[in-house]
Design a protein around this ligand. Structure first.
Ligand SMILES: [Cu+2]
Length: 109
């Protein structure tokens, strides 16, 4: 399955801005609004896994060192199951998921 994740239509400031913990950035300055999609439980090659440093800001003007602009390829060669996808951006995954960045994928096997 080929998926083109588009980081668009996001607010200019994070909806949960006050909850962002800037002490765990290790000196890195990340854009406040950023996201990357991870298919949780999927047998996914690393370049399509949505690693925490593969984030981008809206429009991908800024991106983490693992950012991959390509379409993501999901192999779909595992047993039938329900998977969920969720945001996985470094240090703000929980906040992005609370804002609704997640969903279900029913894999047919
Ligand atoms: Cu997960």
């Amino acid at each position: 399955m080929r998926v083109r994740w588009i980081n668009d239509g996001m607010p200019e400031v994070h909806l949960l801005r006050e909850a962002i913990d800037t002490t765990i950035f290790h000196g890195a300055l990340y854009p406040e609004v950023r996201t990357i999609t991870h298919l949780h439980g999927g047998f996914t090659p690393p370049q399509f896994d949505g690693l925490p440093l593969a984030w981008s800001d809206p429009g991908a003007a800024e991106a983490g060192p693992d950012y991959n602009p390509d379409d993501f390829i999901y192999r779909n060669d595992q047993q039938a199951c329900s998977l969920w996808y969720h945001d996985h951006a470094m240090a703000i995954t929980r906040l992005n998921v609370l804002c609704g960045a997640g969903g279900l994928l029913h894999h047919q096997g």
